[in-house]
Design a protein around this ligand. Sequence first.
Ligand SMILES: [Zn+2]
Length: 459
Amino acid sequence: MRAASCMADTRRFVAPQAWVGGRWERDVLLVAQDGLWQQVRAGCTAGERAAAEPLPGPVLPGLVNGHSHAFQRAIAGLTEANAQGHDDFWSWRDRMYAAALRITPQQLEAVAAFLYAELLRAGYTQVCEFHYLHNDADGRPYADPLEMAMALVRAAQRTGIGLTLLPTLYMRSGFSATGLRDDQRRFASTPGSVLRIAEAVRRADATGAVTAGIALHSLRAVDEGALEETAQAARAAALPVHIHVAEQQQEVDDCLRRHGQRPVEWLLAHANLDARWNLVHATQASRPELEAVQRCGASIVLCPSTEANLGDGIFDLPRWLEIGGRWSVGSDSHVTRSWMEELRLLEYAQRLVLKQRNVAARGRRQTETASVLYQAAVDGGSAAAGLPLGGLAVGQRADFCVVDAQAPALAGVPPEHTLSALVFSSPEAPMVRVCVGGRDVSLDLPAAAYGAAMQALWP
Ligand SMILES: [Zn+2]
């Protein structure tokens, strides 16, 4: 990657305890140069400590948020009444479209900036933005095709979070449709249009903090030819590729009806999956499908709070962990901005179904569930973002956060159980400091512009 805006800039930190390679280490020297880790070493000497800046609490790597639709932050908490006596994913989607049809570029920037600041405060330092609001509210392309994309880029740059923008191809309303519904007019795009946005965004940022990949909205939204054309271009440019797949049972049924294959099965047969692919949700994927995805080296992006909020179902986490599948975590519709809540919910869903405890740590004696889940989420982040974001290790981007050691939830907790307390004991505002590429970011929320945008959206 290109270095962040700190050329030939070296910063030395020392942490009383830091999460390195899947476990807590003590007295860790962390040296960042040009935005990347140049040294990470436990048990530093008194001399090294004296020459470094002390960090005031346990240090965690920054986490990648693998799936975000920033504009949906504007409806978090606003879709929780049962409007028609029966409510499901599809009726939620109609209400979500009301926001999608209304939001202006200025409002999107304000909502995204507030959201990204919230994500930073929680310890996410990179967000993968699955972006399909391309056109003006009437469905006509903006004079500048980058109008909405750049609103997201500016929001990221203002807050300091890293951004992987994923311009999203969305061409039709269902497997058998030839075009979009009227209320999907802002999503209209072609392989060429999304690839041009990705290329322009990659050129627009000289710091390396903003990059781009490509997304295919879903199999129902993209036909085979367009999928192949886009995937080939993404392969040539070595871009990460994201796709929503097998989230809802209806999607599985429609795909079976249309193609005689389940969505993940069809994707495996037609898309040449490799390690750049990120399958978002895969909630309904069968065990043979999961095993085949793992063999391709593709990742899955799990969004537990949104999947619960939308009634999607429960991902087969035990099997995916058992076969060593790679995954990242995403906050998707942003009903929570806390990765701690995401990981807790991921585990609790399994406990409720299986009537067992510590399911993610099954088969690993004396290993804490939070450690297993957190390290897996760190390991999966680079694939989602297409950047070296694999934790506190030489060559990775120097992202980290400092946990508030004074948080009541951590009071009296032995240091080695810090992660468990973070995930299973509900601390509020747990981070006191967050750095991206070796640089501090503000933890203030840009609340005034967000408040004004929300007022205009929902008068
Ligand atoms: Zn999504």
